[in-house]
Design a protein around this ligand. Structure first.
Ligand SMILES: Nc1ncnc2c1ncn2[C@@H]1O[C@H](COP(=O)(O)OP(=O)(O)O)[C@@H](O)[C@H]1O
Ligand SMILES: [Mg+2]
Length: 574
């Protein structure tokens, strides 16, 4: 705040400012003369039986209005001298800031366009503020001088309530600025949250995460509603300030009227006083309140955001040793969907070495997909930690996470575009040779040929669920991420196609975690994690077969493939 104000005042150049104030004096002539002219017109003119003198005083007002118009014209001419250098300085900062962001490796393509629009807004509000503040000061000075010249006692009666309302209004300004800023931020957060959920609608529906998505937006919605209500309360407070500063002087003057008249105040002087309230103090205060409360706040808030955005970004702290081996470690992980819900996972410990091939098995609804969400950093544990390469996944930025892991859900999705776009979505610089190798490894070559080749358009609605899974599997295979999680991602493939895909991922560098849909997936894996609600057990197939009744049970219920693949462990399925 201090920085913004310092910047604003620092840019007020002295000479144009003096010229502006000098031309404000004739502009304010009518405000100063109104009351005096009315008082004289009444006392020495109409009441004294000399209507010509009365009319002459009113004619004097017309003359003053003419002089005032000349003053106004000059004031607006001088305004540019004050405002344009301010705008130039702001633009210099904005462009400089955008360049520094780019040099720091974080170019922000929209920055210049967005910020120059904000600069125009700030310039206009700045000009408006100068006009309002200057007009207020000059008018009030004129009114005070006029009042003192008619009857100092009226000034003593009217000015205290006026000053009271003014001070009260000034005191609300700090609060209003904070609330305006909160409202702007709440608005931005809501737009961000809603945008993320809307653009991810397919993911949300595919993962059955509607409630989670609603929860993501509900917070920002409530926050914005609160911010707007808080702003409205400040507006109500402002109306109260105007009532005190604008109307109370009038009430005081009317109430004291009989007493003033008894003590020698003339009718003309009293009317002059009323004129000063109605045509001087009230309009001046109203303009000040709406000017400072509206565009003034926008000025402070927008200027603050421009200055924030144009300060150089902090150099990101580089980790001394960027991990090259991405082992997954879970320590005491507990997670529930909501503060009062039973935890889906409770105090889970798990180590998945880099390059491992792990199968997760367990009955439906036990928490396998929830665990996948935690491993991917999509969900945050309520207690404990999930680390990938030693770093808590919940602390990684979305961009970083996207380079580290891929999750393929049961309902894989493809988007309208070419087959190539769909395949290389997670690895846009993939070469044709890499894509061919991935198609061969996953066994999706015939599908792509049937679709008309890599550069054909892909019709999402015409693909079967299994075909969509094949495309998504190739996409995940091509991605440079060292961790791939397949959450029943092969459930629509036949056992042979599933085996080919899983073997491709097992041979791919990096870790693959398969949430198993068929027994064969568990048999192919190097390690198996059995989730059974109250506790989890991990080990290789023979160990679990011996130690876990649930695992034995699950194997018994699973359909054994008609052409069973030779399990790595060499064990025969019971
Ligand atoms: N977004 C959610 N909100 C509330 N409860 C959920 C949500 N997703 C899953 N659950 C509940 O958590 C439990 C585990 O679900 P899930 O991880 O999908 O199981 P699995 O993948 O093993 O079938 C289930 O009881 C399910 O109803
Ligand atoms: Mg699931």
């Amino acid at each position: 705040m201090r920085r913004e104000l310092g910047f604003g005042l620092g840019s007020l150049r002295r000479r144009p400012l003096v010229a502006l104030l000098a031309w404000s004096v004739p502009e304010a002539l009518p405000a100063a003369l109104y009351g005096v002219a009315i008082a004289r017109a009444v006392d020495s003119g109409f009441l004294a039986g000399r209507p010509v003198v009365g009319l002459a005083w009113l004619g004097g007002l017309l003359l003053a209005a003419g002089v005032s118009a000349i003053g106004s014209r000059q004031v607006y001419r001088r305004l540019g001298d004050l405002v344009e250098p301010f705008r130039d300085e702001l633009v210099r900062r904005v462009v400089g800031g955008a360049l520094r962001h780019a040099v720091a490796g974080r170019p922000d393509g929209g920055a210049v366009a967005r910020l120059t629009r904000q600069v125009e807004l700030v310039r206009d509000t700045y000009a408006g503020l100068i006009v309002v503040l200057r007009g207020f000061v000059v008018t009030v000075a004129g009114v005070v001088a006029g009042l003192l010249s008619i009857a100092p006692v009226m000034a003593a009666l009217m000015l205290p309530p006026f000053v009271l309302g003014l001070v009260a209004f000034v005191l609300t300004l700090g609060m209003a600025a904070a609330r305006q800023r909160a409202a702007v931020l709440a608005d931005e957060r809501l737009a961000g949250a809603a945008g993320a959920v809307l653009t991810g609608t397919r993911d949300v529906v595919a993962r059955g995460a509607e409630e989670h998505a609603a929860a993501l937006v509900a917070g920002p919605v409530a926050e914005q509603a609160n911010a707007e209500r808080a702003l409205a309360r400040v507006a109500a407070l402002r109306a109260l300030c105007f009532a005190v500063g604008g109307w109370l002087p009038l009430v005081v003057l009317l109430a004291a009227g009989p007493w003033l008249v008894r003590h020698g105040l003339t009718a003309g002087a009293l009317m002059g006083g009323l004129t000063y309230v109605l045509f001087g103090l009230q309009p001046a205060l109203r303009t000040l309140i709406s000017g400072l409360g509206g565009s003034g706040l926008r000025f402070v808030v927008t200027l603050g955001r421009i200055l924030d955005a144009s300060t150089p970004p902090p150099v990101p702290a580089r980790r001394a040793t960027a991990p090259t081996r991405y082992e997954l470690t879970l320590r005491g992980v507990t997670f529930a969907y909501g503060p009062h819900a039973e935890p889906v996972l409770h105090d889970l410990y798990l180590d998945v070495p880099a390059g491992d091939h792990l199968a997760i098995v367990g009955p439906s609804g036990i928490g396998k997909s929830t665990l996948a969400g935690l491993l991917c950093g999509l969900l945050r544990p309520d207690a404990g930690s999930v680390r990938l390469g030693g770093v808590p996944v919940a602390d990684l930025s979305p961009d970083r996470l996207a380079t580290l892991r891929v999750l393929i859900p049961q309902e894989a999705y493809v988007f309208a575009g070419t087959v190539w776009d769909n395949l290389t979505y997670l690895h846009p610089t993939a070469t044709a040779a890499q894509v061919d190798a991935a198609l061969t490894a996953i066994g999706a070559g015939p599908l792509v040929t049937a679709l008309g080749g890599c550069h054909a358009d892909l019709p999402p609605a015409d693909l079967s669920a299994g075909e969509r899974q094949l495309i998504a599997l190739v996409r995940a295979y091509l991605s440079p991420a060292p961790l791939v999680i397949l959450d029943e991602a092969t459930c629509h493939l036949d056992p042979t196609a599933e085996r080919r895909a899983e073997e491709a991922f097992a041979a791919r560098p990096g870790t693959v975690i398969v949430i198993a849909h068929r027994v064969s997936s568990a048999l192919r894996a190097r390690h198996v994690l059995v989730l059974d609600g109250t506790h989890a057990m991990a080990g290789d197939h023979p160990t679990l077969l011996a130690a876990s009744p649930l695992y034995r049970d699950l194997l018994g219920h699973w359909t054994v493939p008609t052409h069973p693949t030779a399990p790595r462990t060499g064990l025969v399925v019971p």
